[in-house]
Write a protein that binds this ligand. Structure first.
Ligand SMILES: Cc1cc2nc3c(=O)[nH]c(=O)nc-3n(C[C@H](O)[C@H](O)[C@H](O)COP(=O)(O)O)c2cc1C
Length: 161
């Protein structure tokens, strides 16, 4: 059995968006979203470098990476810490590129053509993230319901302009 549980894989597969933190040469953090974040296998996540020059440069220098994936409705998710390998050629690169070409996480042609590299993340530590909104005893249904109402109102006000 790998480090990624079924629930971790479910959340990543459902949300499709990870916030990826790397370390800059001066030691400061670099954080940016990757909508191509996906489960590769029981121990690995992947994302595609389409326009992420700083993340990729940082990983080439220092492979340390942390990815947060959160379900914004239930206010829960996971944080994945490990090392990221930037791939631009070879069998693993080809296999991951093919994954973004076909299958459930296929991207459109315009995006696919712009994939410069893929990043294979070996997850070494995986921990749950839970909002303090639960501290008062609220259920998932209550929290999700409150956010649904909030987004509904937001979208309606955007539609009205
Ligand atoms: C919702 C969202 C999803 C994104 N997904 C990706 C992605 O999968 N791959 C990518 O290279 N850039 C993606 N981007 C764009 C990068 O986050 C953006 O270009 C960022 O400035 C890159 O910064 P970096 O060079 O520090 O990684 C996404 C942006 C947003 C807002």
């Amino acid at each position: 059995m790998g480090i990624l549980t079924e629930d971790m894989k479910r959340v990543v597969r459902e949300q499709r968006l990870g916030f990826v933190a790397t370390v800059c040469p001066d030691g400061t953090p670099n954080l940016s979203p990757k909508g191509t974040t996906a489960v590769w296998d029981d121990d690995h996540l992947v994302f595609a470098d389409i326009c992420s020059p700083r993340t990729v440069a940082n990983l080439r220098r220092n492979p340390a990476v942390e990815i947060n994936v959160v379900d914004p409705a239930v206010r829960k998710g996971y944080r994945f810490k490990g090392t990221g390998r930037v791939l631009t050629e070879g069998p693993a690169y080809e296999e991951i590129r093919a994954f973004y070409r076909r299958g459930p996480r296929a991207v459109g042609d315009a995006i696919y053509e712009r994939i410069h590299a893929v990043v294979l993340v070996t997850v070494e530590r995986a921990l749950p993230l839970v909002s303090p909104a639960y501290d008062g005893g609220a259920t998932e249904a209550e929290i999700a319901g409150a956010w649904e109402r909030y987004w509904q109102a937001l979208w309606e006000s955007r539609r009205r302009g």
